[in-house]
Write a protein of this length. Structure first.
Length: 356
């Protein structure tokens, strides 16, 4: 059994927990409504709420609202915002789990190398024009998910051949090697692609939710739910890993099994996220830091708040990406990198100042 007293040693938040959670949940709701309302055609918040209530629960009368606005909100913006929230939540909790597992604040959801291999699958699908007969829009997503899972199997198999104990360092080093290999193949495919394919590949690798409808929401929702629930189950074990892998084993944690299960769930979340949105940087790195500053390092609180914070951040980032230069659209990866790098530099500088 895990010594529950060890969890009490986790850093505590200076604010009451319920205030933090309620504040960030309210911010998530506000971000959701604002993002659904604002776009190439703006809709008032009141009309947005009325449309959502009517279309979802059959509440109220919206006959005075043009049908075109209802279609825009229900068929274009709503699935896109939900997809952004799912991807943000998936990447943030994956980053939180990886930082806790590795005890490394620079780790994130891409540390394992799965995201690079998922991107490779998507790039290959774009370059050859791969499509599924019954689901033509899912060809890229299917290849991305397939390569993500295949890469995890390869990484774990190679790590086991090198180190039967599957030490964390061995897994990560193997993942870095596989990631570099995947990156070199991506560069090769880009170099031999035609101009039209090249534009598609470059835009996809920078990340975007453009054109993603309800089909994509339905595609990734089961994977995201399973991955999130799976990771939340290991919050206590991640608290134990903060003491070190060896000490975690002494207090009753099956470190090998826990490590593999966490990496499996992280791979699921990263793979499906990359498959629908492309490569989005900094979310899995910065969001855990921000959340940890607010709620402390106890993973039982840190992981749920990371979900909320990551979803909120991604919704706002997507809103910026499609409105700052409207009617043109920025790749969301550019937005998250710009915002995330500034936030990370500020966090790093603040922490360094406190040490002196």
């Amino acid at each position: 059994m895990i010594d529950m007293n060890e969890e009490k040693k986790a850093k505590r938040s200076v604010w009451p927990d319920h205030i933090v959670f309620l504040s960030f949940f309210a911010m998530l709701i506000f971000a959701f409504l604002l993002s659904v309302s604002v776009g190439s055609v703006d809709v008032s918040l009141s009309d947005t709420v009325r449309i959502l209530l009517n279309k979802t629960f059959g509440i109220g009368n919206i006959s005075d609202i043009p049908e075109s606005l209802s279609v825009i909100i229900q068929q274009v913006r709503l699935p896109r915002v939900i997809l952004a929230a799912l991807v943000g939540a998936a990447l943030s909790i994956s980053g939180t789990s990886m930082q806790g597992l590795l005890r490394n604040p620079l780790a994130d959801s891409s540390t394992l190398g799965v995201s690079s291999c998922a991107a490779l699958g998507a790039v290959l699908a774009i370059s050859v024009g791969f499509q599924l007969p019954q689901f033509p829009y899912f060809g890229i997503a299917a290849m991305s998910i397939l390569f993500a899972f295949a890469s995890f199997i390869v990484i774990m198999a190679l790590s086991y051949q090198i180190d039967r104990n599957l030490s964390t360092n061995t897994i990560i080093l193997t993942g870095v090697i596989i990631s570099m290999f995947a990156g070199s193949i991506i560069s090769f495919v880009v170099s031999i692609s035609g101009e039209e394919r090249l534009k598609s590949i470059v835009f996809w690798t920078m990340g975007s939710f453009s054109g993603r409808g309800w089909d994509y929401v339905g595609l990734i929702t089961p994977f995201v739910v399973v991955g999130i629930i799976g990771l939340l189950r290991y919050s206590t074990e991640l608290n134990a890993f903060a003491l070190g892998e060896e000490k975690a084993g002494y207090i009753g944690v099956n470190t090998k099994r826990v490590k593999i299960n966490i990496l499996v769930f992280v791979s699921i979340l990263v793979g499906v996220s990359v498959s629908v949105s492309g490569t989005i940087a900094f979310v899995g790195l910065v969001i855990p830091h921000i959340t940890r500053m607010l709620i402390g390092s106890n993973h039982k609180k840190l992981m749920p708040l990371s979900l909320i914070t990551g979803a909120t951040f991604m919704i706002f980032a997507d809103l910026v990406s499609r409105t700052v230069l409207r009617p043109s659209e920025l790749p969301i990866g550019v937005v998250t990198s710009l915002i995330g790098s500034v936030i990370f530099i500020y966090i790093f500088y603040s922490q360094r100042q406190k040490q002196y």
